[in-house]
Design a protein around this ligand. Sequence first.
Ligand code: NAG
Ligand code: NAG
Ligand code: NAG
Ligand code: NAG
Ligand code: NAG
Ligand code: NAG
Length: 204
Amino acid sequence: MGQLLQHFLLKCLLFLILSHFLTQCVSSMLRFCLDSERSALLRLKDSFILNQSASDDTLAYPKVSSWKLEGQVGGDCCSWDGVECDNNTGHVIGLDLSSSFLYGSINSNNSLFQLHHLRRLNLSDNNFNRSEIPSAIGNLTRLSRLHLSWSGFTGQIPYEVLQLSNLVILDLSRNPLELRNPSLKILSERLVNLKHLDLHKIFF
Ligand SMILES: *[C@@H]1O[C@H](CO)[C@@H](O)[C@H](O)[C@H]1NC(C)=O
Ligand SMILES: *[C@@H]1O[C@H](CO)[C@@H](O)[C@H](O)[C@H]1NC(C)=O
Ligand SMILES: *[C@@H]1O[C@H](CO)[C@@H](O)[C@H](O)[C@H]1NC(C)=O
Ligand SMILES: *[C@@H]1O[C@H](CO)[C@@H](O)[C@H](O)[C@H]1NC(C)=O
Ligand SMILES: *[C@@H]1O[C@H](CO)[C@@H](O)[C@H](O)[C@H]1NC(C)=O
Ligand SMILES: *[C@@H]1O[C@H](CO)[C@@H](O)[C@H](O)[C@H]1NC(C)=O
């Protein structure tokens, strides 16, 4: 009887150790970035050229230069400069490429807009070569902070920005942009969670 109990307890212990190990293993794997998002980041990197005159900040440097595939697993993009992942799901939730010497046009085809889990995006102080803000910005509906200041965007701010109802901070300042259609009135009515709106040097 005693031996049977001992045997049973030993099995329980083994089970506990094993399941603990498995949970650890699975959660550490999940912290790794997802293949589709790693590939979207690399295509984003390739869509621009690095040009020192694209950024003004004295502390600017090309963050994407260190983004590389490493070994057979492809590299953990969650550890790349400027990239922040959700610790539980592994999804890319933050991208800070401010002052990163990015130069070139951007449109709705850019793989940036496949990063649907983004909550924070900072592209300030680059030069997007007089592009319009791509309408696909409206697909990033989880965004709570969007910084696009001083980055060479032109034209009318797209209607799709109104889809970003989770925005708390919106900084579009210091670009030759227009906010006429949609107007400031509509913007402030739709983006009900906004706490900080910077439209310095924008045309109304
Ligand atoms: C770098 O950017 C500047 C404008 O900021 C542009 O005039 C120049 O042609 C660019 N250089 C290259 C190599 O693209
Ligand atoms: C994720 O984990 C890292 C390291 O453990 C920690 O520094 C970071 O704040 C965590 N991020 C989030 C969003 O919880
Ligand atoms: C910048 O825009 C001009 C005009 O649209 C275009 O011809 C040129 O290829 C663009 N340069 C880059 C690097 O995207
Ligand atoms: C986006 O890609 C599609 C298919 O490659 C192409 O037909 C379309 O013209 C592109 N759109 C822009 C704005 O470049
Ligand atoms: C953005 O959303 C539109 C409409 O839902 C969809 O047709 C398009 O494929 C999406 N684009 C991306 C890059 O996810
Ligand atoms: C975004 O970039 C701007 C300009 O570089 C900077 O002032 C701001 O602190 C950045 N915000 C975040 C959340 O990183």
